[in-house]
Design a protein. Structure first.
Length: 212
């Protein structure tokens, strides 16, 4: 099992950026002695462990600040702190060693594991899937404007359009935070704001607009 986990880490973005075991588990990465290397490492069940479910948002937040802070304000995190073992944590959707970003379909399936048909929040899985699909589409659209904006000869016009795209991307970042916070109204609001900004920017080029 440990070899499987290590293999997942080797193929991960964490490994590519030099984020080693000690960043989450503690210990001494400079030591070659197994005892010294693992000194201070606590089991996940220990409430003081950085990877205890209740502490994961703080641990992940050392790098993923906005998302972890948002998740820390969510009902899910409240349930985790209360000791509800069914409550999802960061690793529920993103994994631990493999640090994946779930696809919209995978996220829907994960949500549906708890929010089943007939439950009070049965619409959440489909809502989250559609939100992530829209978020991804708007991100691609915003990125597609880059070469077009760069080609604008008029400096003032180019600066104005660059600002509009920047604002749209900021809306998308806030939408991602709302997604982690499970704030559906704010999520819809930010996605719509980003869409409107991109539509306004698109009107400048007419048929030359990126087709999303």
């Amino acid at each position: 099992m440990e070899e499987v986990k290590a293999g997942q880490w080797l193929d991960s973005v964490h490994a590519a950026h030099g984020v080693g075991c000690e960043k989450c588990h503690g210990g001494d990465p400079a030591s070659t002695d197994p005892v010294q290397a693992h000194r201070g490492v606590l089991a996940p069940a220990n409430f003081r462990s950085p990877i205890n479910p209740a502490n994961l948002s703080d641990t992940c937040g050392a790098c993923h600040r906005r998302e972890a802070f948002a998740f820390g304000k969510s009902l899910h995190q409240s349930l985790v702190v209360a000791g509800d073992r069914r409550a999802p944590t960061c690793v529920t959707c993103h994994g631990s060693m493999g640090d994946r970003v779930p696809t919209p379909a995978a996220l829907e399936a994960r949500c549906a594991a708890c929010h089943v048909r007939g439950s009070a929040r049965e619409d959440y899985p489909a809502l989250m899937r559609r939100a992530v699909e829209t978020l991804n589409q708007l991100r691609e659209r915003a990125d597609a404007f880059g070469p077009i904006v760069a080609a604008i000869g008029d400096r003032e016009n180019r600066a104005e359009r660059t600002g509009m795209i920047y604002d749209a991307k900021d809306d998308l970042s806030e939408a991602m935070a709302a997604l982690h916070r499970l704030d559906a109204p704010a999520l819809r609001q930010r996605l719509e704001a980003a869409r409107q900004r991109l539509d306004a920017t698109a009107g400048v080029w007419g048929t030359r607009t990126p087709a999303r």
